[in-house]
Write a protein that binds this ligand. Structure first.
Ligand code: CAA
Length: 283
């Protein structure tokens, strides 16, 4: 099955990045959000990020114009009904995602593939509550989407091979690399990345190092592009905590217990860059 049009639910940080790369790859994109201001901000962000790519000669001005022209924004979820592939990139809450699927499914074509950009919710469980568990899978992009080369493709227990192959072909066309993952808590990237970030928070909590020494140790000593605390601020401390809780609950091992300092920051509303305060102060 050839995918020509893509519906994206949620126009936040991940949703607008996904729309950006899909449109540049030549797909027709229908970008949905409940909030018109979020859609307007998403178009501005994509324009700005593509301007940067044009100025660095990664893409041409014509490619930018064509790509932006391929994106239609809508606050009406059912407008996604005729697309070939839907990627849900809404808030990372299971009830929100389920409600979206329930509203959308009656309007979808029978063969439309339904996917979620979830970073940690069970694909099998999400799929089981739809009418098409065999045509459902995880389509997990990394942030910032236009830059990061990886997409995790997660098979639910019922996902069929045709669905996997169709999604893999999309990833290939984006010129990104697909990593095939089985549906267990955190999949691959977050199963490895989040305990590292959590351990960095423990290192701070126990006074082994301060924010600067921890981050520069991993940047200069392990060649990471960002230190783990800077990266946690970039991802969002609430997201990091939520993923640690999924690992802790789902794998039932104390090695995944979230650091109390991470919990405390989240309780304070210090969620990282998005609230201007996390391990660093961005005000
Ligand atoms: N859109 C388009 N291009 C962008 C961009 C964006 N949003 N952000 C950065 N870029 C481009 C820049 O234009 C630049 O391009 P050139 O190489 O052509 O010059 C390049 O990316 C590097 O950007 P900068 O020079 O501005 O900054 P940098 O060198 O410090 O790199 C970074 C920024 C790419 C974010 C880098 O710090 C990095 O790779 N950090 C780690 C990111 C990471 O680990 N992401 C995964 C998070 S985990 C996740 O997403 C999964 C989850 O479920 C939580």
């Amino acid at each position: 099955m050839e995918i020509k049009s893509i519906g994206i639910v949620g126009a936040g940080q991940m949703g607008n990045g996904i729309a950006h790369v899909m449109a540049l790859a030549g797909y027709d994109v229908m970008l949905n959000d409940i909030n018109q201001e979020t859609l307007t901000a998403a178009m501005e962000t994509m324009t700005r990020n593509m301007d940067r790519q044009v100025s660095r000669e990664k893409i041409s001005a014509d490619a930018q114009k064509d790509a932006l022209g391929r994106i239609i924004t809508t606050t009406t979820l059912t407008d996604l009904g005729q697309t070939d592939l839907v990627i849900e990139a809404a808030t990372e809450r299971e009830t929100v995602k389920q409600a979206i699927f329930e509203d959308l499914i009656p309007h979808l074509k029978p063969n439309t593939i339904l996917t979620s950009n979830t970073s940690s919710i069970s694909i099998t469980r999400l799929a089981s509550r739809t009418d098409r568990p065999e045509r459902f899978m995880g389509f997990h992009f990394m942030n910032p989407v236009p830059v990061m080369k990886l997409v995790e493709l997660i098979r639910g227990i019922a996902t069929d091979e045709e669905t996997y192959a169709a999604c893999k072909a999309v990833v290939d066309r984006l010129d990104k690399t697909a990593a095939s993952a089985e549906d267990f808590p955190g999949f691959i990237v977050n199963r490895i990345l989040m305990p590292m970030i959590n351990e960095a928070v423990y290192t701070l909590y126990e006074g082994v190092g301060n924010v600067q020494s921890i981050d520069s140790s991993m940047k200069l000593g392990a060649n990471h592009p960002m230190g783990p605390l800077e990266l946690a601020d970039f991802i969002g401390l609430d997201t990091c905590l939520a993923i640690m809780n999924v690992l802790h609950d789902g794998l039932a091992d104390t090695k995944y217990r979230p650091c109390p300092l991470l919990t405390k920051y989240v309780e304070a509303g210090w969620l990282g860059r998005k609230t201007q305060r996390g391990f660093y102060d961005y005000r």
